[in-house]
Design a protein around this ligand. Sequence first.
Ligand SMILES: Nc1nc2c(c(=O)[nH]1)N[C@H]1C(S)=C(S)[C@@H](COP(=O)(O)OP(=O)(O)OC[C@H]3O[C@@H](n4cnc5c(N)ncnc54)[C@H](O)[C@@H]3O)O[C@H]1N2
Ligand code: MOO
Ligand SMILES: [Mg+2]
Length: 407
Amino acid sequence: MLSVRDAEATILNAVKPLDNQLDVEFVDLLMANNRILATPMISSLDFPHWDNSAMDGYAVRYADVQYARADKPIVLQVVEEIPAGYKPLVTIKPGQAARIFTGAMMPAGADTVVMQEKTHRQENQVFVFIAPQPQEFVRHKGDFYQAGNELLPAGIPLTASEIAVLAAAGREQVDVFRRPRVAILSVGDELVMPEQLLKPGQIVDSNQYALATLMRELGAEVLLLGIIQDDPTTLQEIIDYAIANADIVISTGGVSVGDYDYIYKTLASLGAKIHFRSVQMRPGKPLTFATFPKKLYFGLPGNPVSALVTCWRFVQPAIKKMTGLAKGWESKFVKVKSSSELQSNGKMETYIWGKLHLVNGVYQFQKAEGNYSSGNLINLAQTNALAVLPVGKTFVYPGEEVLVLHL
Ligand SMILES: Nc1nc2c(c(=O)[nH]1)N[C@H]1C(S)=C(S)[C@@H](COP(=O)(O)OP(=O)(O)OC[C@H]3O[C@@H](n4cnc5c(N)ncnc54)[C@H](O)[C@@H]3O)O[C@H]1N2
Ligand code: MOO
Ligand SMILES: [Mg+2]
């Protein structure tokens, strides 16, 4: 059977990131949260834009105050007051100083700032009680960034700090990758919408809600195609439509070997390249992955836990890679101690759901309580991690380390 690692490699190789010319939108900065920057950002401004003071105090000439001492203060004439936002008008000459405030432009002639607490003011004279370091408390033009260099690279997610940098560089709008379009369909005669009263044999299509939520969290635009009956003709029509209208299609259900599992046949008759139909993992074994030209198809197993686990493990990095994210789209595993005993049959790579939680400042994994069935969605709620037991590993003792996928 195909290993999880090989399945992942096959999927990620098939993912083509969005195009940095064709797949770009120009959006308002305040709407760019969590979007991926599509074009490298270069500023024509230096940061800081001009020499300015880092303290409230006095702008002085270092040469004047270099021998100042508490018992032998240097007295300077205050010739100007410079609040933030104003252009200094006077050049500071030997024996002179300017009153200056944090963020205000340094006046010509001065090269150092003495903080207010180290001085004493008497009318238009200031007594300096301490020798500063040369250039102390001056933030020099271009110290943080020099105009013309790359300010932000393409392919990064825009969060508070990057959006602040873009604003500081005078941008009101920004080029970001468009959202990947993901079509979601649920396959099964037994499925109904949550508002419907259940007839015998029916269950609510929860997968549609799980996947739509996860896809939106990942920055995708979701095309919800609803519940499709176990009928090959309808399935073919809908999948054809989904492929034409989305970058990625995700279905749940109908991928196993039952008489009403039609996904494989439908994909084959639509001419898909079917890369695999099962993976050596549990839950999630009957995962189907296929491609159409420029489109990806994930046929996730119908069991609600299997659908989410395969989505976290395989679809999530695929979407992240597609979004244009240059780095960090791969699944991230952390090694932590397990506070619970974990078990597997050793034949499949086994994913156990639970919680990464802090114990005295150190993360530990705790298995969810209750029934471990891929049909049991209930104890998947309030979890945030999947512990991974590789093939061959049958037991993890409490206190032993385990690899965990942080969701
Ligand atoms: N003979 C075998 N039978 C099964 C095997 C196998 O290897 N040999 N694998 C089992 C495993 S593992 C899984 S996982 C499932 C996968 O089944 P399908 O993908 O074909 O899905 P269905 O048969 O349509 O449904 C399975 C299960 O999930 C429920 N379901 C389906 N869709 C939804 C939905 N949208 N929301 C909530 N629940 C859903 C469905 O009612 C079934 O209970 O196959 C095993 N069988
Ligand atoms: O692998 Mo199925 O996905 O265990 O229930
Ligand atoms: Mg089935």
